[in-house]
Ligand binder design. Structure first.
Ligand SMILES: *Cc1c(COP(=O)(O)O)cnc(C)c1O
Length: 332
């Protein structure tokens, strides 16, 4: 594993390591953060947007399969909210079509799929330590290298295209420019911050799990009565509790809900804009309407506050505020 300044950087390293060329295609989920696609677009590789499944908002293997063509070289998957994608089908598709599989595991650190840690099935996986993630150094990330054949080149790309890592280990007498690369190293002080975060990992995860479980347990009846769907956890446990999301019945109700929460001093936020329908996504060939679930999710999904130092009293206040939301009174 190599620490990087961000998950975005780790994704850019992945695109270089996969030896993708201009004109190649990479299949990515449409419902994800920009960097999942942008890292590849920087190299002239065309992102092709797969839709997500409506239950977990994870990349839909059937959609992936329909998009694989003669130019497809790689597949990037995201475990949305830390709930595993259908890795059995996705790894089979990658194997059958010779695709380079990358897990953008920004949400899924500590999560498991059956017994396998998320981020252990792709040839590469990326992590984020951005302030919005479970473990944070403000900005930060990592590249997880699961294929030993990629380690040496990953170190070179990480060290500005030089074999300086080998020099530090005494394997070469001096270091020199040997390949393409950039400055993808995390600064040591940030690594120290991260070390402290990981030392507190069980407390962080216990607090997040407490908040997540309280939301799920306390909001079930409220949600059912209002046609709101609560996001699921992992079927097999070992859930990273990265985010708690709800599918609201309409954009109008979601807008009223967010403003209701804001009036009570609580930030409920939404994400992502479906990448196929974004400005840049369309420049790169995406079309509005091609990822219907992802596009609907952009209008319906809202997240409740879930951060690593959230206090039980804050969780209680969020629950009370949600229970006080009456969509009829909100005029929707
Ligand atoms: C947060 C996030 C990123 C970007 O992470 P940075 O560390 O901010 O670069 C990429 N992909 C996903 C799915 C994310 O949630």
């Amino acid at each position: 594993m190599l620490l990087t300044p961000s998950c975005t950087d780790a994704l850019e390293m992945s695109a270089l390591l996969a030896e993708l060329r201009p004109g190649d295609e990479v299949v990515v989920p449409s419902f994800t953060f920009v960097s999942t696609a942008n890292a590849f677009a920087l190299l002239g590789v065309r992102p092709v947007f797969a839709d997500v499944d409506p239950l977990a908002l994870n990349i839909d293997p059937a959609s992936v399969e329909s998009l694989i063509g003669p130019k497809t070289r790689a597949l990037v998957v995201v475990h949305y909210g830390g709930v595993p994608c259908d890795l059995a089908r996705l790894t089979r598709l990658a194997d059958e079509h010779g695709l380079f599989l990358i897990e953008d595991n920004a949400h899924g650190l500590l999560g498991k799929d059956c017994d396998a840690p998320l981020g252990s099935r792709g040839r590469l996986a990326t992590l984020s330590f951005h302030e919005t993630k479970n473990f944070s150094s403000g900005e930060g990330g990592a590249l997880v290298i699961n294929d030993p054949a990629l380690v040496e080149r990953a170190e070179v790309i990480w060290e500005k295209g030089t074999n300086r890592s080998q020099f530090f280990r005494g394997q070469v007498a001096k270091y020199t420019w040997v390949d393409l690369g950039s400055s993808y190293l995390m600064a040591d002080p940030l690594a120290a911050v991260l070390t402290a975060q990981f030392a507190a990992s069980s407390e962080i995860q216990a607090r997040r799990a407490g908040a997540w479980n309280t939301y799920r347990d306390e909001l079930g009846d409220w949600a059912r009565e209002r046609d709101v769907r609560l996001g699921t956890g992992s079927a097999d446990g070992e859930h990273p509790y990265h985010l708690f999301w709800m599918w609201m019945p309409s954009l109008q109700v979601r807008t009223a809900f967010i403003s209701h929460m804001r009036q009570r001093g609580i930030q409920a936020v939404f994400h992502y804009q479906a990448l196929n329908a974004s400005l840049m996504g369309q420049v790169l060939g995406g079309r509005v309407g091609e990822c219907p679930v992802s596009e609907a999710a952009s209008d319906h999904v809202v997240r409740l506050p879930l951060f690593s130092d959230i206090a039980p009293t804050e969780v209680r206040a969020v629950v009370e505020a949600v229970l006080g939301f009456d969509d009829a009174a909100a005029g929707t």
